[in-house]
Design a protein around this ligand. Structure first.
Ligand code: AOF
Ligand code: ZN
Length: 369
C-alpha cells in the first residue's frame, strides 16, 4: 500500500527525535523511531548515547502490547544483522507491528535491503522513502562515512556585512550576535569533530568547546591544522586537552635542517606531554586527513576557519555543506575577506534555507552525495 497522509507528519517527528543524539552515537547513526496506533504515539526511541541500544527496541518496549497492529516510523531501515544487539527487524516482527514506514535505506553491507526483506517476508507492510531528503540530512554523517569512509564536512563562516571574516591582528572580533553564537555551539554539540587552522588557533585562542548549559559534555574532538606544530602550550586548546581531546595535524615533512628539525621534534614532544595527539598528514590534501578521521569513526566534521583552511577544503571539493552566518555591521579597513560569499557559492551547491538569529541571517547550502 502507498504512503498515507499522516506518514510525513510522524516521520518528521521521528527525524526531529533522531537529531537529539547527533554527535553522540558514533560510529552508529542516531536513528529515531515512533510506534503509532490510531494516530497516537505509544512509544518512541532514539539510538542511545554510544550507539546502543538501537532506537526500535526502546520504542517497542515503551509501547509494549500496544505495538501489536501498530505502525513503526523509523528514520533508517531497521537492522537485520546480529551485531552487538539482535536485529531490530526481528524485534518489530516479534512485537506484532503491522506496518513499518522507513525514510532512508541502510547502506551498511550487513543490512542494505535485508531489513526490509525480513519485514516483508513476515507479512509486514513496508513503505520506504518517506521524507527521504530530510532523513538523509539527519543521517548525513553516517551515510558519508559508510559510503566514502570520510566524515560529512560542514563549513561554517561568520561574515560581516562587507564580506569579511575577521580583522588582521585583532583576534576574535564580534561579527554575529548571541543567538548565532548559541546556534554555533549547538552545531558543535552535533558534530563528532571540529577543525581550525593554526592561524585561527593563534590569533583567536579559541576553546572550540560546547558551552551551552547542560551540553558541556557534548564538546567535539578538536583538531588544528598545524603544519609546523606552532600551537602554543599556553593556548586554551592545549590547556584543556586532557579534558577535551585535541589533535594537532602536522605536515608530512619536518623542516629540513637539523636545528629546526630538532626544534620541531621538541615541540612535538611538548605537545605530546601536554596531552595533545600529533597526527601527520599533508595539509594541502584535506582528503587524506578526512580518510584518517573516517577510519577512526568520525562521521561529522565542522570546519570553523580561518580563510586559508576554508579555502583548502573548498578547493579540494571536501565541503558538503556551507553555513553562512551574516552579521549586520561592516568591518572595513584591515578586514580579512571571506573565502566564499552568498554571491559566489560554488555552483555544485544548492541553497536550501535561510534562517534568522537576532540581527543575523544564516544561509544554508548543501551539495548532494
Ligand atoms: C537500527 N536502529 O537505532 C541504529 C541502527 O554494531 P551494531 O550491532 O550496533 O550495528 C551497527 C549498525 O546498525 C549500523 O551500521 C547501522 O547499520 C545500524 N544502526 N540500526 O536498526 C538504530 N543505530
Ligand atoms: Zn537495529
Amino acid at each position: 500500500m502507498a504512503a498515507r497522509p499522516e506518514d510525513e507528519r510522524f516521520m518528521a517527528e521521528a527525524i526531529r527525535l533522531s537529531r537529539r543524539h547527533l554527535g553522540l552515537t558514533s560510529t552508529n547513526p542516531s536513528v529515531g523511531c515512533l510506534i503509532v496506533k490510531d494516530d497516537v504515539v505509544l512509544g518512541s526511541g532514539v539510538t542511545a548515547v554510544g550507539g546502543r541500544p538501537h532506537a526500535e527496541p526502546q520504542a517497542l518496549a515503551e509501547a509494549g502490547e500496544g505495538a501489536r497492529g501498530a505502525t513503526a516510523y523509523v528514520t533508517l531501515e531497521p537492522c537485520s544483522h546480529y551485531g552487538k544487539t539482535p536485529p531490530c527487524a526481528e524485534a518489530l516482527i516479534a512485537y506484532g507491528v503491522a506496518r513499518v514506514v522507513i525514510s532512508v535505506t541502510d547502506p551498511d553491507q550487513r543490512v542494505s535491503g535485508r531489513g526490509i526483506a525480513m519485514l516483508r517476508d513476515a507479512g509486514i507492510e513496508v513503505d520506504t522513502g518517506i521524507l527521504e531528503t530530510e532523513g538523509r540530512r539527519s543521517l548525513a554523517g553516517y551515510l558519508m562515512r559508510q559510503t566514502r569512509n570520510r566524515p560529512y564536512v560542514t563549513l561554517k563562516l561568520a561574515v560581516s556585512a562587507d564580506g569579511m571574516i575577521g580583522k588582521t591582528g585583532e583576534g576574535q572580533i564580534r561579527i554575529t550576535g548571541d543567538a548565532s553564537r548559541a546556534q554555533v555551539q549547538m552545531l558543535r554539540a552535533e558534530s563528532d569533530a571540529i577543525l581550525v587552522g593554526i592561524g585561527t588557533a593563534i590569533a583567536d585562542d579559541p576553546e572550540l568547546t560546547c558551552r551551552l548549559p547542560g551540553l558541556e559534555d557534548r564538546s567535539p574532538l578538536r583538531i588544528v591544522i598545524d603544519e609546523d606544530l606552532q600551537l602554543p602550550l599556553g593556548s586554551k586548546l592545549v590547556r584543556t586537552a586532557r579534558q577535551y581531546p585535541v589533535i594537532a595535524v602536522a605536515g608530512h615533512q619536518p623542516p629540513f635542517d637539523e636545528n629546526t628539525d630538532n626544534a620541531f621534534l621538541g615541540r612535538r614532544a611538548a605537545l605530546d606531554a601536554a596531552g595533545v595527539e600529533v597526527l601527520q598528514s599533508n595539509s594541502a590534501e584535506p582528503g587524506e586527513l578526512l580518510e584518517a578521521l573516517g577510519t577512526r569513526g568520525i562521521s561529522s566534521l565542522l570546519v570553523e576557519g580561518g580563510a586559508k583552511t576554508a579555502r583548502r577544503f573548498l578547493d579540494t571539493g571536501m565541503v558538503d555543506r556551507i553555513l553562512l552566518f551574516q552579521g549586520p555591521a561592516d568591518i572595513g579597513e584591515g578586514g580579512i575577506e571571506s573565502p566564499v560569499l552568498k554571491s559566489n557559492i560554488p555552483p555544485s551547491f544548492t541553497h536550501i534555507g535561510e534562517s534568522r538569529f537576532g540581527d543575523d541571517r544564516c544561509d544554508e547550502f548543501e551539495r548532494g552525495f
